[in-house]
Design a protein around this ligand. Sequence first.
Ligand SMILES: Nc1ncnc2c1ncn2[C@@H]1O[C@H](COP(=O)(O)OP(=O)(O)O)[C@@H](O)[C@H]1O
Ligand SMILES: [Mg+2]
Length: 368
Amino acid sequence: MSIVKLVNVTKRFGGITALRGISLSIEDGEYVCILGPTGAGKTTLLRIIAGLVEPDEGEIYIEGRRVNGVPPERRNAVYMFQNFALFPHMTVWENVSFGPMVKEWSSEKIENVTSETLEMVRLGERRDAYPSELSGGMQQRVALARGIAAGARILLLDEPFGALDARLRVNLRTQLRSLVKDQGLTAIHVTHDQEEALMVADRIVILREGRIEQTGLPQDIYNHPKSIFVMSFVGGANFLDGVVSRVTGSGSTIEIRGGLRIRVSDTSNGAGERVVVGVRREDVSLGKSRKRGFNNLVGEVLDVMFVGGSIEYVVRLENDMTMLSRILLGEGSMAFKEGDMVIVSFHPSECHVFQYPERGLLKEIEAI
Ligand SMILES: Nc1ncnc2c1ncn2[C@@H]1O[C@H](COP(=O)(O)OP(=O)(O)O)[C@@H](O)[C@H]1O
Ligand SMILES: [Mg+2]
């Protein structure tokens, strides 16, 4: 049974439609990331699940029960956890035992639940500290403990690492995920950071302008993006627009600017159709010679950048378009420098072909 289910949920704020007919089921124990650019409706979606906002249309079910109109404090299983909203004048212990106290449990039960939860987030020894004496990461764990102690089984996380520095954020991601998994909780984690979503999610839901654009396993979203927007938002890519000039049984030929031709394995568009070819930077290699069976275009290296464990090259093609190539730093990789003439190679099967978007190409990739 789904632990959270939304059926056809729509929400408007005056003239703005924040959510348009969202249907989504989340399974017990799942770690789901809602990924989308600013303004996509992510926060609204979480607030609707939490009961902080009522939808204009549609149904919300939590643990099988319809909860439309049920106030947040009576959606017991749910805990909205935002920028560690701890009580600053209370100790760690007092913060975490707050929920159980409000529920008027026996002092023994309060004691047990509070210490167990603090152990769970490995903060048992800091029980007498005040939030201001803790690091950002610890405060976050206290906030989480407070929700869990209050009986939350479904954690709603709205950009939980937004304010933290990059390195801490990466550590906390994995810690949070392990905690959720170890405790058998369900997490709905909102983020605009595709790397974060790819790293922690069991399943990613891509939200765009209030609609679900695609949902799937991280590797499916990455390997089979359904749209230019998804490909551009998750992982990024080169986008070359052109017209299909020929279709055969084994693939098609696409003519791009300057009369250059690209072979693609895809055959879903007919001759004459306007299309966009997306190629991941990491699927584009640079060399001194042409590779058999690949597309080989001639270009000049404009710029060389180091990104983590790889090098990113900006190459200008003969037709003046630029392509990015990302190559892992390693023994086998040949280094090029600005001004070098190179052969840019990518395989027909690595080309994702999309219909030319109605609103133009830039509109689909501008969010990046
Ligand atoms: N309380 C509100 N009043 C008016 N407009 C709102 C309100 N909350 C959200 N919106 C609008 O709804 C859209 C979605 O917002 P939001 O859910 O916050 O997106 P996200 O979290 O993805 O950035 C935006 O256009 C935003 O301006
Ligand atoms: Mg938001």
